[in-house]
Design a protein around this ligand. Sequence first.
Ligand SMILES: Nc1ncnc2c1ncn2[C@@H]1O[C@H](COP(=O)(O)OP(=O)(O)OP(=O)(O)O)[C@@H](O)[C@H]1O
Ligand SMILES: [Mg+2]
Length: 345
Amino acid sequence: MANLRIEASEGRRVPLGRWFRGGRLDPHELCRQSRVAIVAGKGGVGKTTVTATLARMASRLGMSVLVVEVEGKSGLATIFGGDDLVYDEVVLAPATPEGRGEVRARTLTPDLALLEYLDEHGMKRVSRRLSRSGAVEVVATATPGIKDILVLGKVKQLERAGAADLIVLDAPAAGHAVRFLMSPRALLDTVTAGPIQSQAAEVLELVTDPARCQVVLVTLAEETPVNEVVETAYALEDKVGTNLGPVVVNGLYPVRAGLDVDPEAVAGPLGFGLRPREAEALRGAAAFRMKRQDLQAAQVARLADALPLPRLRLPALFDVDMGLPQIDQLADALATEIELLEATP
Ligand SMILES: Nc1ncnc2c1ncn2[C@@H]1O[C@H](COP(=O)(O)OP(=O)(O)OP(=O)(O)O)[C@@H](O)[C@H]1O
Ligand SMILES: [Mg+2]
């Protein structure tokens, strides 16, 4: 696994060796790197949107995809035009007539994962009594980190069972994502034997094996999200030892040329008469957009300096709703960005 600190101190060399065998990478290759992709980042930066985008891109390449939501209602099903997700799998997008590219989704909650675990391990009566008495919460909160292990344990089971070609997990917001992924290590420090210990050990194996799991961090090109994504990347590498995939920089304003041209100077020769207030409004809009472009360019450069990981840029869409056509647009943009990545010598 690439070591971020060493790579950073060597001067921004992007450690693409893991992804690139022949100098270039294609979207299919990236999706096949590991069976589980965990999408993480600060609250509101677009984790759920990127989860949907990645899932859609992989499914269009013919891969079967299972999306897993772990915290409350993410809004993911709405994007695909479905109802809120439940513990049991639902089909969000059907397979092609050839039977390829299905997108399924489910939500994983610690209590239902625990009951299922007990059922599957010959403790049906215990599980029924627990669910009737409401004691699940007590059991689940008795050991810190156990809830996360129950959820990640279920993800591990799905991965082991080959539930899909790609499992995309919409992770909790950044700070919690680190705790979430640290849970197996933390538990192994305190629990030395028994089923919890073996579950934690197996989950740790999953989240630290680059062939099985990668973390895709998402950020916006803004000061605080960039700071947080850098911090999270190092924390995940140092404290958990996860394999980091490319960083997705979401919500970028498309760069427009000619914003510094005076609107009146252009409008006149073209035969448009602009009132002074209209010209002023256009100048204001252009100034705002230029400032925004400069700001985001500076933040992307800062991110590149601080984090030696390849970046995949996604545009901000200005549609009112985020539905399948918008996700298709983002999936196209993501595929193009992956194809544009080049291995540095
Ligand atoms: N590229 C984009 N263009 C336009 N709107 C976007 C884009 N990405 C995300 N959004 C919008 O921004 C909002 C937040 O996105 P999203 O729900 O994916 O973030 P999140 O990181 O999952 O948030 P949370 O931390 O609350 O789970 C949503 O309304 C979403 O539709
Ligand atoms: Mg979300």
